[in-house]
Write a protein that binds this ligand. Structure first.
Ligand code: GUN
Length: 282
């Protein structure tokens, strides 16, 4: 039976570290600030934004939430971003996605000052990640690396296989694993003989978006399996991209869903906000 990686506990540990760092920064006159912008009434987005605000406050980070109506013009959102770009007390800006259909998300993300882009979604930050010169790493991929490291699993020299090639998870996590000296393969829906590739993985990252897609026969005994999936089943339950019951019999380490990668994302957002504040100070 695999060791179950407790994302909730690790995320909490990190939030406590951040809180202590924020207290130390306040003593030297620096209070990190995050602005979160939400457009429209998407219920999932409202829950995420609420959690981000709560986590900021608990860590001592200044948190401002801006709510624009679904009908807002893109120019209105861009004006708000510009205003936040100029604010010295706001070090991080996050525009919650998805945006309403009449808006161009790429243009909005590009309008955020790259030094305040705590999602690290902008082309400038994506480029910096590629060359390993980033102080802001995208939250979910950074959370995955922290989970692996804090579980005592070393990445250097290991075969790392990522299933999924999205800009938000697959591609950036592959790059972060490479920076940790992993030997990285990215697989996707067109990969021939996927099982033969995944069976070689010492570290397997599942970010496909298909419930219970990764089964025990795809996993090398003892592997570290990180499940990034969040899928809702017809009965309303949430499950990951990994068939936890079978894979946990074969793997050495495994993250559950919920309670694995999910809680780490907000901890990494707080970490990025603190990093952006420190970078702004120097
Ligand atoms: N919507 C769902 N996840 C995210 C995220 O990490 N960042 C932003 N900006 N929007 C999201």
């Amino acid at each position: 039976m695999a060791h179950i990686i407790d994302g909730k506990a690790i995320a909490k540990e990190i939030r406590e570290e951040i809180k202590a760092e924020v207290e130390a920064l306040e003593k030297v006159g620096l209070k990190p600030g995050l602005a979160v912008v939400i457009v429209g009434e998407d219920p999932a987005s409202q829950i995420y934004v609420g959690s981000k605000e709560k986590a900021c406050k608990a860590a001592g980070i200044l948190s401002e939430v801006y709510k624009l109506p679904e009908s807002a013009e893109q120019s209105e959102l861009l004006e708000l971003v510009e205003k936040l770009n100029k604010r010295e007390d706001i070090h991080g800006i996050l525009v919650q996605l998805p945006l309403p259909k009449h808006m161009d998300s790429e243009a909005v993300i590009e309008a955020i000052d790259p030094s305040k882009d705590v999602d690290a979604f902008s082309p400038v930050n994506v480029g910096r990640i590629m060359i390993g010169q980033h102080s802001l790493a995208p939250c979910t991929p950074a959370g995955i690396i922290e989970l692996i490291k804090r579980s005592g699993v070393s990445i250097s020299g290991k075969r790392c296989v990522v299933i999924g090639r999205s800009n938000i998870v697959g591609k950036p996590v592959a790059m972060l694993l490479l920076h940790e000296s992993g030997t990285v393969t990215i697989c996707h829906s067109r990969t021939a003989n996927l099982q033969s590739v995944t069976q070689e993985a010492d570290i397997l990252i599942a970010a496909i978006g298909k419930p219970k897609y990764v089964t025990a026969d795809m996993v090398k005994p003892g592997a570290c399996v990180i499940d990034v999936g969040v899928n809702r089943l017809p009965d309303g339950k949430v499950c990951g991209d990994v068939d936890f019951d079978s894979v946990s019999q074969v793997a050495g380490y495994i993250t559950p869903v919920p309670g694995g990668v999910g809680p780490m994302t907000i901890s990494m957002l707080l970490k990025n906000t603190v990093a952006a504040a420190k970078d702004a100070k120097v």
